[in-house]
Design a protein around this ligand. Structure first.
Ligand code: GRG
Length: 295
């Protein structure tokens, strides 16, 4: 089979798989569904690239994890991500109206319900991990909490909010993104690996170096796409960073150097995987996909 086709088959199968897992975890809409239930399902299902679940499944393969166990890690990171998007889109934060090709959750359900949907999605993420057949569910919950909390995503978002109208230098920008988006990407890799057999310290360090490079590459590409993509292909408002005068990799480096930085990070991610051999094949393909994507 042509290697690209094999990647496409694997990634689409895993995307369908996590969709099904999320569908079962989310509150049913059949009987007695409330607006909160509908808002939760609206925010999670039928959209998104599922980058973080794919990272969890791919890292799980390195540790020989049963995909049935890795399902919980994949779903939990996507639930945290979906909650962060719902809250980020609120008028109090980024105030956006388009996400994943449809009106944002608060446009569809109102601000109060969107706030609650995000809260409930976050709770559901931890519930899914706590109940899963993981070797150490408590350690997995702690790892996800660290990534989502003040030392990770929420802390990075706070720095981002306070940076509007200020100038950040490249080091400050990288720190902000390592927290805001990088921490959850790193957690996806670590949680996926935690679903399998215990890995030795060098393998864990290799995975972590990979995740840090891939996470930063993801953000650099996100900044480039904000400038070069359209709302139609991205499914979200394009050109917002410049409009809001936000410091980005493109505003600090220029588009060509930002693309070169993404490419360097892709190579760094590949190099980090070298000690892991063929078991890390999907992670390598994911780094390519993260950097070469158009949406
Ligand atoms: C509200 C605590 C809190 C945090 C929000 C992650 C985040 C922090 C905000 C999202 C804002 C944003 C657009 C950040 C840029 C990187 C990013 C997370 C893009 C969206 O992720 P994708 O491209 O989205 O994986 P899909 O829709 O494909 O899942």
């Amino acid at each position: 089979m042509n290697p690209d086709l094999a990647w496409q088959v694997w990634s689409e199968e895993r995307q369908r798989r996590v969709e099904h897992v999320l569908d079962r975890l989310l509150p049913s809409v059949e009987s007695g569904a409330t607006s909160l239930h509908r808002a939760m399902r609206y925010a999670v299902l039928g959209g998104g690239k599922r980058v973080r679940p794919l990272l969890a499944y791919a890292a799980g393969e390195v540790a020989g994890a049963d995909p049935d166990v890795a399902d919980a890690a994949a779903a939990a990171v996507e639930l945290i991500h979906a909650y962060s998007l719902v809250h980020d889109d609120l008028p109090a934060m980024d105030n956006d109206t388009l996400r994943r090709g449809k009106p944002t959750c608060h446009v569809a359900f109102g601000e109060a319900m969107a706030l609650l949907a995000g809260d409930a999605l976050q709770a559901l993420a931890f519930d899914a991990l706590a109940r899963a057949r993981l070797p150490d569910p408590a350690a997995a919950c702690a790892l996800l909490a660290e990534a989502a909390g003040e030392h990770g995503m929420a802390g990075g978002q706070a720095i981002d909010l306070e940076a509007v109208g200020r100038t950040l230098d490249l080091a400050e920008l990288e720190t902000m993104h390592r927290m805001k988006t990088g921490a959850l990407i790193r957690a996806a890799v670590r949680l996926g690996a935690a679903c399998g057999r215990p890995l030795a310290a060098p393998a864990l360090a290799a995975l972590d170096a990979y995740a840090q490079a891939a996470g930063l590459a993801f953000q650099v590409v996100d900044d480039v796409l904000d400038v070069e993509g359209s709302a139609e292909t991205l499914g979200k408002t394009a050109g917002k960073d410049a409009l809001q005068a936000k410091p980005t990799f493109v505003s600090l480096l220029g588009p060509a150097a930002a693309k070169a930085r993404a490419e360097a990070l892709r190579r760094e991610a590949h190099a980090a995987l070298a000690p892991l051999g063929g078991a890390a094949r999907r992670l390598a393909e994911l780094a390519d996909w993260i950097v070469l994507r158009q949406r």
